[in-house]
Design a binder for this molecule. Structure first.
Ligand SMILES: NC(=O)c1ccc[n+]([C@@H]2O[C@H](COP(=O)([O-])OP(=O)(O)OC[C@H]3O[C@@H](n4cnc5c(N)ncnc54)[C@H](O)[C@@H]3O)[C@@H](O)[C@H]2O)c1
Length: 313
């Protein structure tokens, strides 16, 4: 394992579950870490600052807690200031914090939608916006000592729910889809600075998987499998993305489930039909779609069907 010594990271939601595994991996590999976690319930309510404080204290003297709500621009700026003041810079952002307020689209509340989008998507944008000017200054100042700045990494923790879907996850999946698009744009915007940005869709045992209430046998089997998958392999993949061999890996969507690492395809036109110069008439359009596009349609399935194989742990 190459060292990450000298690098400074912020891990949102870094005191529990997958985020805690990522914070631990980064510290073990020599990085300093701001554990930005408000210690809230799965739905984002009831923050408890003692969660991140005690986690960071036991983790290492190279870890410090930050307990404000990261879905707030001032908190994002505050976390970056803390990283720079305490550890001398900011190199790695892991946008991992997320909440869930699931509801069928015909039953959900606008307030819950807004809260999930703010927390799971806007918070990541605020943090990227607060940290990337500093990363660009660091690159100009030759931070890291290499020919070009090679320490800058952004990892957005997403979910296969964004690409495949799950019943009742409109706000969560939409936020994760947005987080994937944000990844693509950050990868493009930061390419000249040498900062990479990737997305990782994890599968791992956490309090969230524990909270799944199976509605049928298939969901019960899915939950059983999910509970057997540890969070450490997610941290290993994030560690790889932060390390020198991945300095040119950017703009990608990975998945990780135990020993399996997936690369997700990204939407590109999968098939094409072209109408007459005067435009389509409805019958011709319907016939062309049936004849040439229909066999490329994405199935209307959920994560449960798409990942119904036994995980390798
Ligand atoms: N567990 C899985 O199998 C799975 C699957 C797909 C995606 N994910 C994603 O992985 C990430 C981690 O999930 P987990 O299962 O470890 O969740 P978790 O609920 O165990 O941990 C999330 C942490 O984020 C913190 N947090 C949430 N909102 C915050 C905010 N605004 N400010 C500061 N802290 C905040 C919480 O306090 C909590 O400690 C999430 O992005 C989740 O969507 C997990």
């Amino acid at each position: 394992m190459s060292t990450l010594a000298g690098r400074v990271a912020i891990v949102t939601g870094g005191a529990r579950g997958i985020g805690a595994a990522i914070s631990t991996m980064l510290v073990e590999r020599g990085a300093s870490v701001v554990v930005a976690d408000m210690g809230c319930a799965i739905d984002g309510r009831d923050g408890d600052p003692s969660v991140a404080r005690s986690f960071a204290e036991t983790l290492s003297e190279n870890a410090v807690s930050y307990v404000d709500d990261m879905a707030d621009p001032a908190a994002a700026a505050g976390a970056v200031s803390l990283a720079r003041e305490r550890f001398g810079g900011i190199d790695i952002l892991v946008n991992n914090a997320a909440i869930l307020r699931d509801a069928f689209v015909f039953r959900g509340s606008n307030e819950d939608w807004d809260e999930v989008i703010r927390n799971n998507l806007s918070g990541a944008y605020y943090l990227i916006g607060a940290a990337t000017p500093a990363m660009r200054d660091q690159a100009k100042a030759g931070r890291g000592g290499g020919e070009r700045y090679d320490w800058g990494r952004i990892v957005n923790i997403v979910s296969s729910a964004a690409y495949i879907g799950n019943y009742g996850q409109a706000s969560y999946a939409s936020a994760k889809g947005g987080l994937t698009s944000l990844m693509r744009i950050a990868a493009l915007d930061m390419a000249r600075t040498g900062v990479t940005c990737n997305a990782v869709a994890p599968f791992a045992h956490s309090r969230v998987t524990e909270s799944i209430k199976p509605a049928n046998d298939e969901q019960a089997a899915y939950k059983d499998r999910a509970l057997r998958v540890p969070a450490e392999p997610v941290a290993e993949l994030v560690g790889y993305l932060c390390s020198p061999p991945a300095s040119d890996v950017t703009g990608q969507i990975f998945g990780v489930r135990g020993r399996e690492v997936f690369l997700f395809s990204q939407p590109r036109p999968a098939a094409r039909i072209v109408g007459e110069p005067g435009g389509w008439n409805e019958d011709a359009l319907a016939a062309a779609i049936d004849g040439e596009l229909r066999n490329a349609f994405a199935p209307l399935e959920t994560d449960l069907e798409a990942f119904n194989t036994e995980p390798l742990v």
